[in-house]
Design a protein around this ligand. Structure first.
Ligand code: XBP
Ligand code: MG
Length: 256
């Protein structure tokens, strides 16, 4: 039986559309610690460790649990994580406002190609909606919402990656079958979330996951401006034609 054409891309945000973690969220978390009078700091390697916990509030809660100088009760720890996270998001928006975070190589080019060729676009992210509202006008301009057919954020999918919920919601909102779509992710948890929803996934390595293993990825590359390395793709960079070739190649390899 012939397999369906590629109709939609589902995109992660943090690490995939932009390198937001080291110079964005991490710095904002540190500002929140300082604002609340806490002598805590996440340097670049430490944040890489805690980043393995998906979700900023959950990340804070895990970190608080590991600290001897944190409040003793569960309720006080929950409240501290909540207040810190809210403060972090305000600081993140302020940081992004200064324009210090750009789209990763090839992202704008690919989004323009999708718009020209009628490929539907969704976002599936573990981050909160307020962070999208802060970041996307900077990356994509004030009319950024017109570029996306579906947005799935932390508020929509409280079970965070590697859970498949964000991907399943994105597919439902796009109205497409998993076999008509391809994901782009940067992390093992993101890849696992896509695969758990039966969506094949291209990994564009980000700074924090440069050395990670990506079992089950359709392909792994440095970024979209790198030459595609899979069968049927030619050209110097990853555009829609290369993604269509990747989609065809994973569909051909699927068991019937
Ligand atoms: C992103 C996350 C988020 C961000 C911070 O993961 O895990 O927690 O680090 O955003 P992914 P919040 O790229 O896999 O979606 O503070 O809003 O959680
Ligand atoms: Mg990511």
């Amino acid at each position: 039986m012939p397999f369906p054409d590629l109709c939609a891309l589902i995109l992660d945000v943090d690490g995939t559309l932009a390198e937001t973690e080291r110079d964005g969220h991490r710095v904002a978390f540190n500002r929140a610690f300082a604002i609340l009078g806490l002598d805590w700091e996440w340097d670049v390697p430490a944040y890489g460790h805690w980043l393995r916990v998906p979700g900023g509030r959950e990340r804070l809660r895990a970190f608080i649990d590991a600290r001897a100088d944190a409040p003793a009760s569960h309720a006080a720890r929950d409240e501290l994580a909540r207040v810190l996270h809210r403060c972090k998001n305000v600081e993140y928006a302020a940081l992004v406002e200064t324009g210090g975070i750009a789209a990763r190589p090839g992202i704008l080019r690919l989004l323009d190609e999708c718009a020209e060729q009628g490929i539907r676009l969704a976002v599936a992210t573990t981050t909160g909606r307020c962070n999208i509202d802060a970041l996307f006008p900077r990356l994509f301009g004030v009319d950024w919402e017109a570029r996306f057919d579906a947005l799935v954020c932390a508020e929509d999918a409280p079970r965070k990656k590697p859970d498949s919920l964000a991907y399943r919601l994105a597919l439902a909102r796009l109205g497409v079958d998993s076999r008509q779509s391809l994901a782009i992710e940067d992390s093992p948890a993101g890849l696992a979330a896509a695969r758990a929803a039966d969506v094949h996934c291209l990994v564009t390595r980000s700074m924090y996951f440069a050395e990670a293993e990506f079992p089950g990825a359709a392909a792994v590359i440095d970024d979209l401006d790198a030459p595609p390395s899979w069968p049927g793709a030619d050209g110097a960079r990853v555009g829609l034609e290369a993604l269509r070739a990747l989609h065809r190649s994973v569909m051909q390899d699927r068991p019937a």
